[in-house]
Design a protein around this ligand. Structure first.
Ligand code: BGC
Length: 351
């Protein structure tokens, strides 16, 4: 079968290779991936900074954001059926003993991740997954369900921000929201905050005011700021950092108002140093900083629910986040990044 592969920690090793078709063991299912999304973590892996192959193998099949169809059931599987549409979670326990809904808190080294660490991903004609980690997806969101995995991280971050913010004092009532970055994570954060009833939202990026990103932001009632031209004014109750840049993470903390909560959703591997000292005195204003880069299976389910709601409330808006769709043979184009891209998707098996 065809699969998009890399030799982890080796630059320029990205290639479409012929790999053996896997077969499902006990408790596993054979998946036919329908679509796979591409994200910044794939870039880090392709550029040789991140990732590991399955033990004893040379190649790693990429792709951790997937929508798939169940093709075959291994022995003992009764939670899904052949033909179901599913989104697999990414992280799986190796020696981690936390309950299934808390695997996002497994210590480093105690887990594997599909398409990232020690387990093949889903950018292939077939893949296998443990059946316990599949989230069923209703057919009505089939056109956007590939966004469930990145959305799960946003769901976790927003849920933590709202719950932990309130846990400090019950009258905490956030109103102003700043979202830094208008890529998939930033845009999905905008969607979730609108679904949670927030109306005072500023979202930033480096694209012009007539770009698709700016239009998408305005179409959902947010104020767009092009940070190449203008500055963000004021302080915010919730700041969501969705660029993955260390400098932006610093700005996120700087823009926090009293009692504010910052949610850092990036993986900050750019090697830049920032000096936090000027911000430390601000600690007296009760700020809270939280981070999230992996989410529980319940956060995936919350993502599916929100995609269903957004489908009806925002009338095709979510679908516009998918700006590049390519076939498996055109995989190289999917893994090239332009500033106007939001989500690139490889279509593997059309339904
Ligand atoms: C994935 C997460 C994963 C993280 C770190 C992210 O891109 O969405 O599932 O835990 O990378 O490997």
């Amino acid at each position: 079968m065809k699969a998009v592969t890399v030799i982890p920690l080796t630059r320029d090793s990205l290639a479409l290779r012929d790999m053996p078709k896997p077969s499902p063991g006990r408790g596993q299912v054979l998946l036919r991936p329908v679509e796979v999304g591409v994200c910044g973590t794939d870039k880090d892996i392709i550029e040789g900074r991140y990732g590991a192959p399955p033990p004893g193998e040379e190649y790693l099949i990429l792709g951790h954001e997937a929508l798939a169809e169940v093709a075959e059931l291994g022995q003992g599987v009764d939670n899904v059926g052949v033909g179901d549409l599913v989104v697999p979670t990414v992280r799986r326990p190796l020696t981690c003993t936390l309950p299934i809904n808390e695997l996002d808190y497994c210590p480093r080294g105690t887990y594997a991740e599909h398409g990232i660490w020690y387990l093949h991903g889903f950018a292939a004609e077939y893949a296998v997954s443990d059946a316990r980690f599949l989230v069923r997806v209703p057919k009505e969101i089939r056109d956007v369900a590939v966004l469930t995995e990145p959305l799960s991280i946003v769901e976790k971050g927003v849920d933590l921000a709202l719950r932990l913010g309130k846990a400090r004092f019950t009258s905490w009532s956030p109103r102003r929201v700043l979202i830094m970055g208008a890529g998939p994570i930033g845009m999905l954060a905008l969607m979730v905050m609108r679904l949670r009833g927030f109306t005072d939202i500023v979202i930033t990026a480096t694209r012009p005011y007539d770009s698709l990103k700016a239009k998408l932001a305005r179409d959902l009632g947010a104020k767009y700021v092009n940070v190449n031209m203008d500055q963000v004014e004021g302080e915010f109750d919730i700041v969501i950092e969705a660029t993955g840049s260390t400098a932006a993470a610093y700005e996120a903390i700087k823009h926090l108002g009293p009692d504010g909560v910052a949610v850092l959703l990036g993986i900050y591997l750019d090697g830049k140093n920032v000096n936090l000292a000027p911000l430390l005195d601000d600690w007296r204003r009760n700020k809270l900083i939280i981070g999230a880069t992996n989410a529980s299976i319940d956060a995936f389910r919350a993502g599916v629910e929100d995609l269903v709601k957004a489908k009806f409330e925002f009338n095709g808006w979510v679908r516009r986040l998918i700006t590049k769709e390519v076939t498996l043979d055109e995989y190289e184009y999917a893994y090239s990044w332009g500033h106007d891209d939001i989500k690139s998707v490889i279509q593997i098996t059309p339904l």
